[in-house]
Write a protein that binds this ligand. Structure first.
Ligand code: IPE
Ligand code: IPE
Ligand code: MG
Length: 250
């Protein structure tokens, strides 16, 4: 594993890695256990991913923990996920402070159960001065919701004469999103083998490199992060240009 880590070019790290943590239910099923068992075991993967990213020097990591669509799951599973969220935040805050990691959240947070919302806000408050890495939890998050909200706010500002429609640029739109101030992810990882975005960060991943890993989230360990970063660094990010143009800029 140290070999793998040594292959990473620290000068070319993605600043922001986004992760769709998928496959908890299938992993649990494979072990003959209820789905919640998978969610509980996914917490260790969150720890490993967060610590490995912070140690490397990644500045932001966003984890998709609960989508707006996930409310449609059986109530018992939703409740278990919300309880796990409260327990995990409470338990991990000390470690996050020790590791100098700041917690943030994106999504329609006010619609979370009061207890989960409270634990989340406490975690955010308690870690707000940490500077090594920002861990962003996407909770009750949906990219279409986020975009609609930004559009509504900008339209309202225009109606009130605060801005002119022609003032709306990519930069002002960025600033109207819940990820305001956070660089766009250069790398998006999804576990479980599914190759879809599931309403995550649609605007922000316009040019992200995508890594679809054939493992379930509870199986995710540091080496999977290292390997995904190595693969990312071996890709040529062309941004619409030709390969020759990219080679000549070095
Ligand atoms: C991801 O695992 C966790 C959440 C969506 C909260 P799943 O629960 O989606 O697991 P699978 O995809 O059903 O295996
Ligand atoms: C995406 O996973 C959401 C999270 C990881 C929180 P899902 O398991 O909900 O996505 P679909 O339903 O397979 O697209
Ligand atoms: Mg899933």
């Amino acid at each position: 594993m140290e070999d793998l880590k040594a292959q990473i070019d620290l000068q070319k790290l993605p600043k922001h890695i986004a992760v769709i943590m998928d496959g908890n239910g299938r992993w649990a099923k494979k072990h003959g256990q209820p789905r919640v068992f998978g969610h509980r075991n996914g917490v260790q993967s969150v720890r490993e991913a967060t610590e490995a990213a912070a140690e490397l020097g990644v500045e932001y990591m966003t984890l998709y923990a609960f989508s707006t669509e996930n409310w449609g799951r059986p109530a018992a599973e939703v409740n278990a996920l919300m309880t796990l969220l409260v327990q995990t935040i409470r338990k991990e805050i000390a470690t996050m402070n020790k590791n100098n990691i700041r917690l943030m959240a994106i999504g329609d947070l006010e619609k979370l159960p009061a207890k989960s919302h409270k634990a989340l806000l406490e975690g955010i408050e308690s870690t707000k001065n940490n500077t090594r890495m920002t861990l962003v939890l996407a909770l009750n998050y949906s990219a279409k919701w986020e975009i609609m909200k930004a559009v509504r706010n900008l339209a309202q500002d225009a109606v009130e004469g605060k801005i002119k429609p022609e003032d709306i640029s990519e930069a002002t739109f960025d600033a109207a999103l819940s990820t305001k101030g956070i660089p766009h992810p250069e790398l998006l990882i999804r576990t479980s083998g599914e190759q879809r975005i599931s309403n995550f960060l649609l605007w922000q991943i316009a040019y992200a490199e995508l890594a679809f890993l054939p493992i379930f989230w509870p199986e995710f360990r540091r080496q999977h992060l290292y390997q995904a970063i190595i693969d990312y660094q071996n890709r040529e990010r062309r941004f619409g240009k030709t390969s020759d143009q990219i080679m000549n800029t070095d």
